[in-house]
Write a protein that binds this ligand. Structure first.
Ligand SMILES: C[S@@+](CC[C@H](N)C(=O)[O-])C[C@H]1O[C@@H](n2cnc3c(N)ncnc32)[C@H](O)[C@@H]1O
Length: 352
Protein backbone atom coordinates (compact mmCIF):
# COMPACT_ATOMS: atom_id res chain seq x y z
CA UNK A 1 0.00 0.00 0.00
CA UNK A 2 1.36 3.38 -1.09
CA UNK A 3 0.22 5.85 1.60
CA UNK A 4 0.50 8.91 -0.65
CA UNK A 5 -1.55 7.23 -3.35
CA UNK A 6 -4.14 6.12 -0.79
CA UNK A 7 -4.45 9.68 0.60
CA UNK A 8 -4.67 11.17 -2.89
CA UNK A 9 -7.46 8.80 -3.89
CA UNK A 10 -9.31 9.48 -0.61
CA UNK A 11 -9.21 13.19 -1.41
CA UNK A 12 -10.32 12.49 -4.99
CA UNK A 13 -13.27 10.49 -3.67
CA UNK A 14 -14.36 13.22 -1.26
CA UNK A 15 -14.17 15.76 -4.03
CA UNK A 16 -16.19 13.47 -6.32
CA UNK A 17 -18.94 13.00 -3.73
CA UNK A 18 -18.94 16.74 -3.08
CA UNK A 19 -19.21 17.43 -6.82
CA UNK A 20 -22.16 15.05 -7.11
CA UNK A 21 -24.01 16.73 -4.24
CA UNK A 22 -23.16 20.24 -5.44
CA UNK A 23 -24.35 19.50 -8.95
CA UNK A 24 -27.78 18.68 -7.48
CA UNK A 25 -27.74 22.05 -5.72
CA UNK A 26 -26.64 23.82 -8.90
CA UNK A 27 -29.80 22.40 -10.43
CA UNK A 28 -31.79 23.73 -7.45
CA UNK A 29 -30.19 27.16 -7.91
CA UNK A 30 -31.03 27.15 -11.61
CA UNK A 31 -34.62 26.00 -11.23
CA UNK A 32 -35.55 28.17 -8.25
CA UNK A 33 -33.99 31.31 -9.72
CA UNK A 34 -31.48 31.65 -6.85
CA UNK A 35 -28.49 32.20 -9.13
CA UNK A 36 -30.29 34.92 -11.08
CA UNK A 37 -31.37 36.57 -7.81
CA UNK A 38 -27.84 36.33 -6.35
CA UNK A 39 -26.32 37.84 -9.50
CA UNK A 40 -28.15 41.12 -8.92
CA UNK A 41 -25.91 41.93 -5.93
CA UNK A 42 -24.78 40.98 -2.41
CA UNK A 43 -27.57 39.91 -0.05
CA UNK A 44 -28.20 38.33 3.32
CA UNK A 45 -29.98 35.00 3.25
CA UNK A 46 -33.25 36.76 4.13
CA UNK A 47 -32.78 39.37 1.39
CA UNK A 48 -31.92 36.70 -1.17
CA UNK A 49 -34.89 34.56 -0.14
CA UNK A 50 -37.09 37.61 -0.46
CA UNK A 51 -35.68 38.48 -3.88
CA UNK A 52 -36.28 34.97 -5.18
CA UNK A 53 -39.63 34.53 -3.38
CA UNK A 54 -38.35 31.51 -1.41
CA UNK A 55 -38.19 30.26 2.18
CA UNK A 56 -35.19 31.70 4.07
CA UNK A 57 -34.32 28.50 5.96
CA UNK A 58 -33.90 26.51 2.74
CA UNK A 59 -32.01 29.33 1.07
CA UNK A 60 -29.61 29.63 4.02
CA UNK A 61 -28.69 25.94 3.92
CA UNK A 62 -28.22 26.09 0.13
CA UNK A 63 -25.99 29.13 0.63
CA UNK A 64 -23.90 27.19 3.16
CA UNK A 65 -23.15 24.56 0.54
CA UNK A 66 -22.61 27.16 -2.18
CA UNK A 67 -20.11 29.16 -0.07
CA UNK A 68 -18.10 26.19 1.19
CA UNK A 69 -18.32 24.65 -2.26
CA UNK A 70 -16.68 27.71 -3.87
CA UNK A 71 -19.67 29.10 -5.77
CA UNK A 72 -20.58 32.16 -3.67
CA UNK A 73 -18.57 34.27 -1.23
CA UNK A 74 -19.59 35.22 2.31
CA UNK A 75 -18.72 38.39 4.26
CA UNK A 76 -19.06 37.75 7.98
CA UNK A 77 -19.42 41.38 9.09
CA UNK A 78 -22.45 42.12 6.89
CA UNK A 79 -23.70 38.48 6.74
CA UNK A 80 -24.00 39.02 2.99
CA UNK A 81 -23.49 36.51 0.21
CA UNK A 82 -22.03 37.46 -3.17
CA UNK A 83 -22.04 35.65 -6.50
CA UNK A 84 -18.87 37.00 -8.21
CA UNK A 85 -19.36 38.04 -11.86
CA UNK A 86 -16.67 35.54 -12.90
CA UNK A 87 -18.92 32.78 -11.51
CA UNK A 88 -22.24 34.33 -12.52
CA UNK A 89 -21.27 34.16 -16.20
CA UNK A 90 -21.34 30.32 -15.97
CA UNK A 91 -24.52 30.11 -13.88
CA UNK A 92 -26.91 32.77 -15.14
CA UNK A 93 -28.33 34.24 -18.31
CA UNK A 94 -29.76 32.85 -21.50
CA UNK A 95 -26.43 32.23 -23.25
CA UNK A 96 -24.67 28.96 -23.99
CA UNK A 97 -22.02 29.76 -21.34
CA UNK A 98 -24.62 29.12 -18.62
CA UNK A 99 -23.77 25.56 -17.56
CA UNK A 100 -26.44 25.31 -14.85
CA UNK A 101 -28.96 23.56 -17.17
CA UNK A 102 -26.41 20.75 -17.45
CA UNK A 103 -26.82 20.06 -13.73
CA UNK A 104 -30.54 19.90 -14.28
CA UNK A 105 -30.02 17.26 -16.96
CA UNK A 106 -27.79 15.17 -14.65
CA UNK A 107 -30.47 15.37 -11.99
CA UNK A 108 -33.03 14.04 -14.47
CA UNK A 109 -30.97 10.85 -14.74
CA UNK A 110 -31.14 10.22 -11.00
CA UNK A 111 -34.85 9.34 -11.07
CA UNK A 112 -34.18 6.46 -13.47
CA UNK A 113 -31.26 4.96 -11.52
CA UNK A 114 -33.25 2.13 -9.83
CA UNK A 115 -34.43 0.90 -13.24
CA UNK A 116 -30.94 1.32 -14.68
CA UNK A 117 -29.46 -0.74 -11.83
CA UNK A 118 -32.07 -3.46 -12.46
CA UNK A 119 -31.09 -3.48 -16.13
CA UNK A 120 -27.49 -4.26 -15.16
CA UNK A 121 -28.67 -7.74 -14.13
CA UNK A 122 -31.78 -8.26 -16.24
CA UNK A 123 -30.62 -6.67 -19.50
CA UNK A 124 -32.89 -4.36 -21.47
CA UNK A 125 -32.87 -0.73 -20.46
CA UNK A 126 -34.70 2.39 -19.35
CA UNK A 127 -36.94 3.72 -22.12
CA UNK A 128 -37.10 7.41 -22.84
CA UNK A 129 -40.41 7.63 -20.93
CA UNK A 130 -38.56 6.42 -17.81
CA UNK A 131 -36.98 9.86 -17.53
CA UNK A 132 -40.28 11.69 -17.07
CA UNK A 133 -41.20 14.16 -15.73
CA UNK A 134 -37.87 15.96 -16.32
CA UNK A 135 -37.60 14.76 -19.92
CA UNK A 136 -41.28 15.25 -20.66
CA UNK A 137 -40.61 16.39 -24.17
CA UNK A 138 -37.49 14.92 -25.70
CA UNK A 139 -34.51 16.83 -24.47
CA UNK A 140 -36.71 19.33 -22.67
CA UNK A 141 -34.11 19.47 -19.94
CA UNK A 142 -31.05 18.68 -22.02
CA UNK A 143 -32.64 20.92 -24.62
CA UNK A 144 -32.18 23.90 -22.30
CA UNK A 145 -28.49 23.51 -23.09
CA UNK A 146 -28.81 22.86 -26.78
CA UNK A 147 -31.36 25.66 -27.37
CA UNK A 148 -28.79 28.15 -26.14
CA UNK A 149 -26.09 26.53 -28.23
CA UNK A 150 -28.25 26.72 -31.38
CA UNK A 151 -29.15 30.34 -30.67
CA UNK A 152 -25.50 31.34 -30.42
CA UNK A 153 -23.58 28.84 -32.50
CA UNK A 154 -25.77 27.05 -35.05
CA UNK A 155 -25.39 29.42 -37.97
CA UNK A 156 -21.99 31.03 -37.36
CA UNK A 157 -20.46 27.99 -35.67
CA UNK A 158 -21.76 24.59 -36.74
CA UNK A 159 -23.13 25.41 -40.21
CA UNK A 160 -20.28 27.78 -41.05
CA UNK A 161 -17.80 24.99 -40.28
CA UNK A 162 -19.00 23.12 -43.38
CA UNK A 163 -17.35 24.66 -46.47
CA UNK A 164 -19.95 26.04 -48.87
CA UNK A 165 -22.98 25.13 -46.74
CA UNK A 166 -24.03 28.61 -45.65
CA UNK A 167 -23.99 29.77 -49.29
CA UNK A 168 -26.15 26.82 -50.39
CA UNK A 169 -28.60 27.42 -47.54
CA UNK A 170 -28.81 31.05 -48.58
CA UNK A 171 -29.56 30.10 -52.19
CA UNK A 172 -32.32 27.65 -51.17
CA UNK A 173 -32.02 23.89 -50.56
CA UNK A 174 -34.09 21.09 -48.99
CA UNK A 175 -32.86 20.30 -45.48
CA UNK A 176 -33.70 17.49 -43.06
CA UNK A 177 -32.80 17.61 -39.34
CA UNK A 178 -32.83 13.96 -38.27
CA UNK A 179 -33.61 13.35 -34.58
CA UNK A 180 -34.53 17.02 -34.19
CA UNK A 181 -35.86 16.70 -30.61
CA UNK A 182 -37.81 19.86 -29.80
CA UNK A 183 -36.83 21.35 -33.16
CA UNK A 184 -35.01 24.49 -32.14
CA UNK A 185 -32.18 23.97 -34.65
CA UNK A 186 -34.80 23.88 -37.39
CA UNK A 187 -36.55 27.06 -36.31
CA UNK A 188 -33.24 28.93 -35.88
CA UNK A 189 -32.01 27.81 -39.32
CA UNK A 190 -35.37 28.42 -41.01
CA UNK A 191 -35.31 32.02 -39.82
CA UNK A 192 -31.71 32.52 -40.91
CA UNK A 193 -32.24 30.97 -44.37
CA UNK A 194 -35.74 31.84 -45.61
CA UNK A 195 -35.04 30.52 -49.14
CA UNK A 196 -34.44 26.97 -47.84
CA UNK A 197 -37.09 24.41 -46.83
CA UNK A 198 -36.52 22.64 -43.50
CA UNK A 199 -38.00 19.41 -42.18
CA UNK A 200 -37.47 18.20 -38.61
CA UNK A 201 -37.97 14.49 -37.95
CA UNK A 202 -38.12 12.76 -34.58
CA UNK A 203 -39.73 9.63 -33.18
CA UNK A 204 -40.95 11.43 -30.06
CA UNK A 205 -44.42 12.93 -30.46
CA UNK A 206 -44.08 15.31 -27.53
CA UNK A 207 -40.81 16.72 -28.86
CA UNK A 208 -42.41 17.31 -32.26
CA UNK A 209 -45.48 18.92 -30.64
CA UNK A 210 -43.15 21.37 -28.86
CA UNK A 211 -41.29 22.01 -32.11
CA UNK A 212 -44.50 22.61 -34.05
CA UNK A 213 -45.80 25.04 -31.41
CA UNK A 214 -42.57 27.07 -31.66
CA UNK A 215 -42.73 27.04 -35.47
CA UNK A 216 -46.35 28.21 -35.47
CA UNK A 217 -45.60 30.91 -32.89
CA UNK A 218 -42.85 32.27 -35.13
CA UNK A 219 -45.06 32.03 -38.23
CA UNK A 220 -42.39 30.13 -40.15
CA UNK A 221 -43.72 28.66 -43.39
CA UNK A 222 -40.41 27.17 -44.58
CA UNK A 223 -40.25 24.64 -41.73
CA UNK A 224 -42.29 21.55 -40.92
CA UNK A 225 -42.02 18.65 -38.50
CA UNK A 226 -42.82 14.98 -38.73
CA UNK A 227 -43.07 12.17 -36.18
CA UNK A 228 -41.23 9.22 -37.76
CA UNK A 229 -38.68 6.51 -37.12
CA UNK A 230 -35.39 7.50 -38.77
CA UNK A 231 -34.80 3.81 -39.52
CA UNK A 232 -37.74 4.02 -41.94
CA UNK A 233 -36.58 7.21 -43.73
CA UNK A 234 -37.72 7.01 -47.36
CA UNK A 235 -35.34 7.82 -50.25
CA UNK A 236 -37.88 10.31 -51.62
CA UNK A 237 -38.36 13.17 -51.46
CA UNK A 238 -34.58 13.64 -51.55
CA UNK A 239 -32.78 16.22 -49.42
CA UNK A 240 -29.80 18.36 -50.40
CA UNK A 241 -28.65 18.61 -46.79
CA UNK A 242 -29.26 16.23 -43.91
CA UNK A 243 -28.22 17.29 -40.42
CA UNK A 244 -28.07 15.13 -37.28
CA UNK A 245 -27.19 16.79 -34.01
CA UNK A 246 -26.17 14.38 -31.26
CA UNK A 247 -28.78 11.92 -32.52
CA UNK A 248 -27.23 9.05 -34.51
CA UNK A 249 -25.61 7.21 -31.59
CA UNK A 250 -29.01 7.10 -29.81
CA UNK A 251 -30.72 5.23 -32.66
CA UNK A 252 -31.86 1.63 -32.19
CA UNK A 253 -30.64 0.84 -35.73
CA UNK A 254 -27.90 3.37 -36.51
CA UNK A 255 -26.42 1.41 -39.44
CA UNK A 256 -29.82 1.29 -41.12
CA UNK A 257 -30.37 4.99 -40.43
CA UNK A 258 -27.02 5.89 -42.02
CA UNK A 259 -27.80 3.77 -45.10
CA UNK A 260 -31.15 5.50 -45.44
CA UNK A 261 -29.60 8.93 -44.98
CA UNK A 262 -27.19 8.14 -47.81
CA UNK A 263 -30.10 7.02 -50.02
CA UNK A 264 -32.18 10.10 -49.20
CA UNK A 265 -29.46 12.56 -50.29
CA UNK A 266 -29.81 14.20 -53.69
CA UNK A 267 -26.73 14.13 -55.97
CA UNK A 268 -24.22 16.64 -54.64
CA UNK A 269 -25.87 16.46 -51.23
CA UNK A 270 -24.16 16.60 -47.87
CA UNK A 271 -24.79 14.83 -44.58
CA UNK A 272 -23.51 16.70 -41.53
CA UNK A 273 -23.40 14.61 -38.37
CA UNK A 274 -22.56 16.39 -35.12
CA UNK A 275 -21.49 13.93 -32.47
CA UNK A 276 -19.20 13.48 -29.50
CA UNK A 277 -15.50 14.02 -30.18
CA UNK A 278 -13.84 11.04 -28.53
CA UNK A 279 -11.92 7.97 -29.56
CA UNK A 280 -13.65 4.60 -29.86
CA UNK A 281 -10.82 3.24 -27.68
CA UNK A 282 -11.00 3.87 -23.95
CA UNK A 283 -7.24 4.16 -23.60
CA UNK A 284 -7.21 7.17 -25.91
CA UNK A 285 -9.85 8.96 -23.81
CA UNK A 286 -7.94 8.74 -20.53
CA UNK A 287 -6.94 12.26 -19.56
CA UNK A 288 -9.65 13.91 -21.69
CA UNK A 289 -11.37 16.23 -19.18
CA UNK A 290 -14.82 15.60 -20.70
CA UNK A 291 -14.55 11.82 -20.99
CA UNK A 292 -15.82 10.63 -17.59
CA UNK A 293 -18.84 12.93 -17.75
CA UNK A 294 -19.68 11.77 -21.28
CA UNK A 295 -19.24 8.07 -20.45
CA UNK A 296 -21.59 8.62 -17.48
CA UNK A 297 -24.21 10.40 -19.60
CA UNK A 298 -23.84 7.70 -22.23
CA UNK A 299 -24.50 4.98 -19.66
CA UNK A 300 -27.35 6.76 -17.89
CA UNK A 301 -29.19 7.82 -21.06
CA UNK A 302 -27.86 6.99 -24.55
CA UNK A 303 -26.89 3.36 -23.98
CA UNK A 304 -29.84 2.38 -21.83
CA UNK A 305 -32.54 4.00 -24.01
CA UNK A 306 -31.18 2.15 -27.03
CA UNK A 307 -30.99 -1.16 -25.11
CA UNK A 308 -34.59 -0.61 -23.96
CA UNK A 309 -35.58 -0.97 -27.62
CA UNK A 310 -33.23 -3.91 -28.22
CA UNK A 311 -31.03 -1.47 -30.15
CA UNK A 312 -27.36 -1.33 -31.07
CA UNK A 313 -26.50 0.77 -27.98
CA UNK A 314 -23.57 2.55 -29.59
CA UNK A 315 -23.57 5.05 -26.75
CA UNK A 316 -22.32 8.61 -26.91
CA UNK A 317 -18.71 7.37 -26.69
CA UNK A 318 -18.87 5.32 -29.90
CA UNK A 319 -15.97 7.46 -31.07
CA UNK A 320 -14.72 8.86 -34.33
CA UNK A 321 -13.11 5.58 -35.51
CA UNK A 322 -16.40 3.62 -35.28
CA UNK A 323 -18.38 6.55 -36.67
CA UNK A 324 -16.12 6.84 -39.74
CA UNK A 325 -16.22 3.06 -40.30
CA UNK A 326 -20.03 3.01 -40.13
CA UNK A 327 -20.34 6.04 -42.41
CA UNK A 328 -18.09 4.26 -44.92
CA UNK A 329 -20.20 1.09 -44.67
CA UNK A 330 -23.30 3.20 -45.33
CA UNK A 331 -21.78 4.37 -48.62
CA UNK A 332 -20.13 7.64 -47.67
CA UNK A 333 -16.75 7.34 -49.37
CA UNK A 334 -15.68 10.83 -48.44
CA UNK A 335 -15.87 11.74 -44.73
CA UNK A 336 -14.13 14.79 -43.34
CA UNK A 337 -13.98 15.20 -39.55
CA UNK A 338 -13.69 18.82 -38.42
CA UNK A 339 -13.81 20.59 -35.06
CA UNK A 340 -17.08 22.07 -33.87
CA UNK A 341 -17.49 25.27 -31.85
CA UNK A 342 -17.77 23.03 -28.76
CA UNK A 343 -14.68 21.03 -27.74
CA UNK A 344 -16.83 18.00 -26.79
CA UNK A 345 -18.20 17.64 -30.33
CA UNK A 346 -16.95 17.30 -33.88
CA UNK A 347 -18.62 17.40 -37.27
CA UNK A 348 -18.55 14.54 -39.73
CA UNK A 349 -18.99 16.07 -43.18
CA UNK A 350 -20.11 13.38 -45.62
CA UNK A 351 -20.54 14.29 -49.28
CA UNK A 352 -22.19 12.19 -51.96
C1 LIG B 1 -29.88 13.55 -27.73
S1 LIG B 1 -31.37 13.88 -28.57
C2 LIG B 1 -30.89 15.17 -29.67
C3 LIG B 1 -32.05 16.03 -30.05
C4 LIG B 1 -31.71 17.24 -30.91
N1 LIG B 1 -31.02 16.90 -32.15
C5 LIG B 1 -30.94 18.26 -30.12
O1 LIG B 1 -29.75 18.42 -30.39
O2 LIG B 1 -31.49 18.89 -29.22
C6 LIG B 1 -31.53 12.48 -29.68
C7 LIG B 1 -32.82 12.49 -30.46
O3 LIG B 1 -32.90 11.33 -31.29
C8 LIG B 1 -34.27 10.95 -31.33
N2 LIG B 1 -34.41 9.56 -31.77
C9 LIG B 1 -34.01 8.45 -31.13
N3 LIG B 1 -34.34 7.37 -31.83
C10 LIG B 1 -34.97 7.81 -32.96
C11 LIG B 1 -35.54 7.16 -34.11
N4 LIG B 1 -35.52 5.85 -34.21
N5 LIG B 1 -36.07 7.93 -35.06
C12 LIG B 1 -36.09 9.28 -34.96
N6 LIG B 1 -35.58 9.94 -33.90
C13 LIG B 1 -35.01 9.21 -32.92
C14 LIG B 1 -34.71 11.14 -29.89
O4 LIG B 1 -36.12 11.13 -29.78
C15 LIG B 1 -34.04 12.46 -29.56
O5 LIG B 1 -34.85 13.55 -29.88
Amino acid sequence: MDDDRRAAFGAHLVSTLTGGALSMLVSVGYRTGLFEAAATGPATSAELADRAGLQERYVREWLGAMVTGGFLEYETASARYTLPPEHACFLTGTGAANAAPMASMLRAFAGALPELERSFSTGGGVPHAGFAPHFDAVGATAGDNWRRIYDEQLVDGFLAAVPGLVDRLGEGVRVLDLGCGTGHAVTVAARAFPASEFTGLDIDERGIATAEAERAGLGLDNASFVVADAAALAPTPPFDVILAFDAVHDQHSPAEVLRRVRAALAPGGVFVMVDAKFSSHLENNIGNPFAALCYAISLMYCTTTSLAEGGAALGAMWGTETACRMLGEAGFDEVEVVDSPRPQNCLFICRT
